[in-house]
Design a protein around this ligand. Structure first.
Ligand SMILES: NC(=O)c1ccc[n+]([C@@H]2O[C@H](COP(=O)([O-])OP(=O)(O)OC[C@H]3O[C@@H](n4cnc5c(N)ncnc54)[C@H](OP(=O)(O)O)[C@@H]3O)[C@@H](O)[C@H]2O)c1
Length: 332
């Protein structure tokens, strides 16, 4: 089969590689579409190596058709055994940028009937991240105020929709009016333009209105983290998922101590399989009915053929995307 390989300089080539050899407890999926994640940009230049046992090529999520089911494969999250011909999307440790991938059956989800493969490929990684961090790590409850940094990112569009589905009040950051309008359409209640606005003031305004920020989903970090953390509600949970804005911060420890704040680092890819299966089961139970009802939807900024993966990455590098960028391998 073919997969998208990166050389030491990050140049991409659609190259012949050995076919996947699924284990007895895995499922073979013929890939129709994969979706781009910011982590792919790092993996491409050697800064985010795949975990042991994962394919060498990129791709944390894909959608396609089940081509084989191992004799010991577990059923899917709904309890139904997977069958050859099922349309599925997959959370992967890597390997989605390819014609086929061996996937864990517990980490597959059925493709909702109305969705294209490109749309379905855009769901697993970001909704799993949002569910893991907002629900399992931060314990989101209806009525909580949730701060979501980078609301127009792939993760952001999923996190806003999940938080609104669960009854939260959402404060989010973006750059530019087009992204601001897009996140409002997804249900964000308050939007701060990170280039011209003042997130600290917006957090203070939430607190003054009686709804202080209880949970933050933060991919930015950096020097603003400390002052923003101090503006949370007592008992607030700040979940750090990346450090796009910088790797060091000064934390007001007395505030953390006295107010019972929690700073939680979280990465999805490093979680054990059982934890990821729990996350996917939660996504299936919570998000999938809303996708079928149309109250949650995939947000796909662009769909490009796999041959244009470098151009797809460039869209993320330039920060242009509102939601996800997908790559097609086969027609639907
Ligand atoms: N820990 C985990 O489990 C996990 C899982 C998935 C993703 N992530 C991380 O979460 C982040 C979002 O992922 P994604 O794939 O959704 O990314 P994405 O679609 O590429 O979006 C990233 C967005 O972050 C915003 N941003 C804010 N501050 C930035 C800065 N200093 N530099 C660059 N961009 C900045 C930009 O939007 P604006 O210009 O609108 O602000 C940019 O478009 C990435 O850092 C990714 O590595 C972590």
């Amino acid at each position: 089969m073919h997969a998208m390989l990166a050389d030491d300089a990050g140049n991409l080539s659609w190259s012949a590689v050995p076919d996947p050899q699924p284990r007895r407890d895995e499922v073979l999926v013929t890939v129709h579409a994969a979706a781009v994640n910011r982590a792919d940009l790092l993996q491409r230049v050697g800064k985010y190596p795949p975990p042991p046992g994962a394919p060498a090529w990129m791709g944390l999520e894909a959608a396609g058709i089940v081509a084989g089911v191992g004799p010991d494969a577990a059923p899917g999250p709904g309890g139904r055994p997977w069958q050859v011909g099922d349309r599925v999307c997959a959370l992967l440790p890597g390997g989605g940028y390819a014609e086929a991938v061996a996937a864990r059956p517990e980490l597959l989800l059925p493709v909702p009937a109305a969705l294209s493969m490109a749309e379905a490929a855009s769901l697993p990684e970001v909704f799993a991240t949002a569910y893991l961090d907002l629900v399992l790590e931060a314990g989101l409850q209806a009525g909580d105020t949730v701060l979501i940094q980078a609301g127009a990112s792939g993760v952001g569009v999923a996190a806003i929709q999940l938080a609104k589905l669960l009854g939260a009040h959402v404060l989010t950051t973006v750059s530019g009016p087009a992204k601001a309008a897009a996140v409002r359409r997804l249900g964000a209640d308050e939007v701060v333009d990170r280039r011209s606005g003042d997130l600290g003031a917006a957090m203070d305004a939430c607190a003054a209105a009686g709804r202080p920020v209880a949970i933050a989903l933060d991919c930015v970090g950096g020097t603003d983290l400390g002052p923003h953390l101090a503006r949370m509600a007592d008992g607030g949970r700040w979940v750090l998922i990346a450090t796009l804005g910088g790797e060091t911060a000064e934390i007001p420890l007395r505030v953390v101590l006295k107010r019972g704040l929690r700073l939680i680092g979280s990465t999805l890819r490093s979680r054990p399989l059982a934890m990821k299966a729990c996350v996917i089961a939660g996504v299936h139970q919570t998000v999938w009915p809303a996708l079928a009802a149309g109250t949650v939807r995939p947000v796909v900024h662009a769909v490009l053929p796999m041959a244009e993966a470098a151009a797809a990455h460039a869209i993320l590098e330039r920060g242009e995307n509102i939601g996800k960028v997908a790559l097609t391998v086969l027609p639907d």
